[in-house]
Design a protein around this ligand. Sequence first.
Ligand code: SF4
Length: 355
Amino acid sequence: MPTLRTGKQICDRGLASSEKRAALDAVAARYAVALPPALADLIDQNDPHDPIARQFVPDAAELDHRPEELSDPIGDDAHSPVEGIVHRYPDRVLLKLTPICAVYCRFCFRREMVGPEKGKAMSAEALMHALDYIRSHRQIWEVILTGGDPLVLSARRLRAVMKQLAAIEHVKVLRIHTRVPVAEPARLTAELVRAIKVKGKPTYVALHINHPRELTQAARAACARMADAGLVLLGQSVLLAGVNDTPEVLGDLMRVLVECRIKPYYLHHGDLAPGTAHLRTDIATGQNLMRALRGRLSGLCQPTYVLDIPGGHGKSPIGPDYLARTGSNGAAHFVVEDFNGRRHRYPPTAGARGA
Ligand code: SF4
């Protein structure tokens, strides 16, 4: 079965009613659409609220743009000194090799930049300039390959880029951001895994996964091939209304990630990307979910809940606060909350527990 890219293909596959076809085509004319078989097969056609469909089947609500939404919500453009590079933080850069993804998420924070209409994979000349930029900035300790999705590129192309990056003495760590292991697990062949595992430089792979059902047997096998090869796996999830905004689903997701040797890293608050209001939660919901995870789930299963501050100001943790300072001068002390919501004075007063 081919990847679904049009309203007709999605309707013919039974993933939307034919009355919705015109709206689907209108969305597809505005934002890239691709739904590969591995994810289309996961959708329960009898469930109008299926969490996989919510993430990947276009919705007429995407044409509803809110005043607070931004075409470049995390401010990549403001920090791009040369084509393909985003240099926001001092010690690391993003390297965007391609605007193409294996699947187009309906909430994508780079939806105005990704897709076949948004450009081509980086040319050899642009890559040469991007590598020159990295070589000439000795403070760059980490290079993050993102996109689009770098793992849609051929093993040959990836091997060449990884080798050139690994040869830069001051670059100590390489990282790849991808959704390919869940969207097209068969692409993670032994050859592709060898291509991204360079000698002498640790390589981290951050996998974007939002619902436990995305980790099918094929996806788990793809992750296992990477972990067995010595790649370090991290989980990045986006908090999405109707997808993972309950303690049960979010907790299951974090546990399944850890079971697959993927350390939950970030839980992203939904960015202000255009036409995505129907998938965003509010921050209070995210904080309550993080409280629900704390203590109920192993520390291995705790991501950091973060907001990418609009305008390109970077990420800040926005999880619940467990610590408050109280009193003044010599009487100042802290009050810290445990996972049951009970509060304790720190340091405790002699002979007392709790506050
Ligand atoms: S895989 Fe990442 S870059 Fe591609 S559409 Fe999804 S969120 Fe956007």
